[in-house]
Write a protein that binds this ligand. Structure first.
Ligand code: ZN
Ligand code: ZN
Length: 444
């Protein structure tokens, strides 16, 4: 597809399909399914893709699917676009026509939007491929169970991105206006692991700590020494923090207990620090415990890594968004200490996740994801389709050696400080009015 045609082609496609995509989103919103039970969702996506002449393959566990668009095996690696499709075990407290019909389950993280955007992107790219205007292969990954988390690991285990050169995703951002996106080079979401230290000793009378092991004192040392020592052993730029949330020991003021436990989380924005943390903590726990003669048992439960956006991939998103939205629509995305299982893909292949603004411009209401009243301004859906489709075309264009729109990758800041293009300007034009029947989450 010629560069100059893209904006017009996208506008024409969205004029014909925007209403369908919004209806698709509302249908998913009314029928949310939690991780690994997204059977209806998977079926709905598959049927629509098949109707467009595509051949989706459902993942081995029965939910989520992968579909390739354009190219052939000989064309080599593909560019992957990923959406997560699962909902949360939260009661939907909104009063909208598309309120959840599944008790206690709600699309409160916007994955219904992600899914609809990726479907629209796929339909657009399929049309381009049929017209011989797709210069490479694009793989759509409709991933289950992001919130569990772990769906990304199933996709990886199924070889879902083994022949993929780059991977892209988006996530709703209710703090950013619909019509805008947020990008960032470097870590955009954090690792979040669980840590539990259990101490054991003989127990005894508080009158004679020297004849037993003063377990509560040792536990106090673990609580204060571990975060302090970590802050001196790990690069302070890594954003690593160990914070305790639970501590328990003892049952009487004059008895030293024989066991005690402390639990907390390790959050981290740096991949190498995240990899180093468990072994380092193990050494520290053992050395503190041995001084006081107690036995320590560390349980370190890994969750998602930090999601580290690669500079070139992020520059591709910025260039694509600049083409289809304009530079005023691109903002700097802040870092989040929340987790995102897209990070697992980024451990294998370069890629980038951007934020899709979902707030109604001018709204004074503050929404956050994972809240029971979370909703979006649905004009974000066509915005997402435009940026995703343009990003895919940019990436495969670059991959196949045709005119790349990445003119100055070097301007992408490798430490993620300055990649914003322009401030979050007012007056970004959204594509069309709200659709009939939409109850806006907050009017301007
Ligand atoms: Zn979530
Ligand atoms: Zn999410």
């Amino acid at each position: 597809m010629a560069e100059s045609d893209l904006v017009g082609e996208l506008d024409a496609f969205l004029a014909a399909h925007q209403a369908e995509l919004v209806e698709f989103r509302r249908d998913l919103h009314a029928h949310p399914e939690v991780g690994y039970s997204e059977h209806r969702t998977t079926r709905r996506i598959a049927l629509r893709l098949e109707a467009a002449g595509l051949r989706p393959a459902v993942l081995p566990k029965g939910t989520g699917l992968i579909v390739d668009i354009g190219g052939s095996r000989e064309d080599g690696p593909a560019v992957a676009l990923r959406a997560d499709i699962d909902a949360l075990p939260i009661v939907d407290e909104k009063n909208v026509p598309y309120r959840s019909l599944n008790a206690g389950v709600c699309h409160a993280c916007g994955h219904d939007v992600h899914t609809s955007v990726l479907l629209g992107t796929g339909l657009f790219l399929a049309r381009a491929a049929a017209a011989g205007a797709l210069p490479g292969k694009v793989r759509l990954v409709f991933q289950p169970a992001e919130e569990v988390p772990g769906g990304a690991l199933d996709v990886l285990a199924a070889g879902g991105i083994s022949s993929v050169e780059r991977v892209f995703a988006l996530h709703c951002d209710p703090k950013l206006d619909a019509g805008k996106i947020g990008t960032r080079v470097g870590p955009i979401t954090a690792a979040c692991d669980k840590v539990k230290v259990k101490l054991s000793g003989p127990g005894g009378h508080t009158a004679r700590p020297h004849l037993t092991a003063d377990l509560v004192f040792a536990l106090g040392k673990i609580i204060t020494e571990l975060p302090a020592a970590l802050s001196r052993r790990i690069d302070p730029r890594s954003g690593l923090s160990l914070v305790w949330g639970l501590v328990s020991a003892g049952s009487a003021p004059n008895a030293i207990p024989d066991s005690g436990v402390v639990e907390g989380t390790v959050r981290c924005l740096d991949d190498s620090a995240w990899h180093a943390a468990p072994e380092m903590l193990k050494d520290m726990v053992e050395s503190v415990a041995s001084v006081y003669g107690v036995t320590a048992d560390l349980t370190y439960e890994r969750s998602v890594p930090p999601a580290v956006n690669e500079a070139v991939s992020t520059a591709m998103i910025v260039a694509a968004a600049d083409r289809v939205l304009g530079s005023d629509a691109i903002a700097q995305a802040p870092q989040s200490l929340g987790g995102e299982d897209f990070a697992w893909y980024l451990e294998s292949v370069p890629g980038s996740l951007f934020r899709l603004g979902t707030r109604s411009p001018g709204s004074i209401e503050e929404f956050d994801i994972h809240q029971p009243n979370f909703d979006v301004d649905e004009r974000c859906v066509p915005v997402g389709v435009k940026v995703m489709a343009a990003t895919a075309l940019t990436a495969i264009g670059g991959q196949h050696g045709s005119a790349s729109v990445i003119t100055d990758v070097s301007t992408a800041d490798p430490v993620g400080e300055v990649r914003a293009v322009g401030a979050a300007a007012d007056g970004v034009t959204l594509a069309g009015p709200l659709l009939p029947g939409h109850a806006p989450v907050a009017g301007p």
